[in-house]
Write a protein that binds this ligand. Structure first.
Ligand code: AMP
Length: 192
């Protein structure tokens, strides 16, 4: 893994656990020589992970839409900042640059970005692993929801199993290294 796409909250969350976890991830990725590709902001967990990685000598690339530069306060000290035209370009640029995706706790934006990568992987648009760093059990209800999609007959278990949930970054990265993409959802004949 050379570059990891990281999606996370533009808010810090309550208490210090989430910020502490984001800083630890930033430091750990820098130490492993893994570049961070993220949304380019200086706020919330986004800023925390970038600052920690940069302070530890890591490489951090941001991708931010022009109109969000001031709202999310674009980070000015990054190794590279791509200013793009809109949110669609942000996600496709991040997808192009990263070889896997991790979500830390966040809100609608975090889930939207991650779910897009997950659905793209289901459709065979890419074969990159997707994981949730389950800090504080934050993503437990989401993991349960993905299982419910399967038990209620809306999704095959192989697609639910694509998502890796773990409280530990080292474990997530090890499972990324072993990741085998499932059979894509639609074959060339157009049938699932
Ligand atoms: P949140 O988890 O809601 O705090 O948002 C985290 C990040 O996701 C922020 O940088 C948002 O700008 C970003 N975001 C929200 N919606 C989208 C979207 N549709 N496409 C790309 N990024 C988004």
């Amino acid at each position: 893994m050379t570059a990891l796409g990281v999606f996370c909250g533009s808010s810090p969350g309550n208490g210090t656990a989430y910020i502490d976890a984001a800083r630890a991830v930033g430091r750990d990725l820098a130490r492993r020589g893994i570049e961070i590709v993220y949304g380019g902001g200086r706020v919330g967990l986004m800023g925390a992970i970038a600052d920690a990685a940069l302070a530890a000598g890591g490489r951090v690339t941001g991708v931010i839409p022009r109109w969000l530069v001031e709202r999310e306060i674009a980070h000015t000290g990054l190794s590279m900042l791509h200013v793009v035209e809109n949110l669609h370009e942000r996600k496709s640029k991040m997808a192009e640059l990263a070889s896997g995706f991790v979500a830390l706790p966040g809100a609608a934006g975090t889930l939207e970005e991650m779910f897009e990568q997950w659905t793209w992987a289901q459709l065979g648009i890419h074969e990159k692993p997707c994981g949730f760093l389950n800090v504080n059990g934050y993503f437990d209800p989401l993991e349960a929801m993905t299982m419910r999609m399967v038990t209620e007959g809306f999704m095959q278990s192989s697609y639910a199993n694509m998502l890796i949930f773990s409280p530990d970054l080292a474990d997530l990265l090890a499972r990324f290294a072993d990741y085998q993409p499932p059979q894509r959802k639609w074959t060339d004949s157009g049938k699932p």
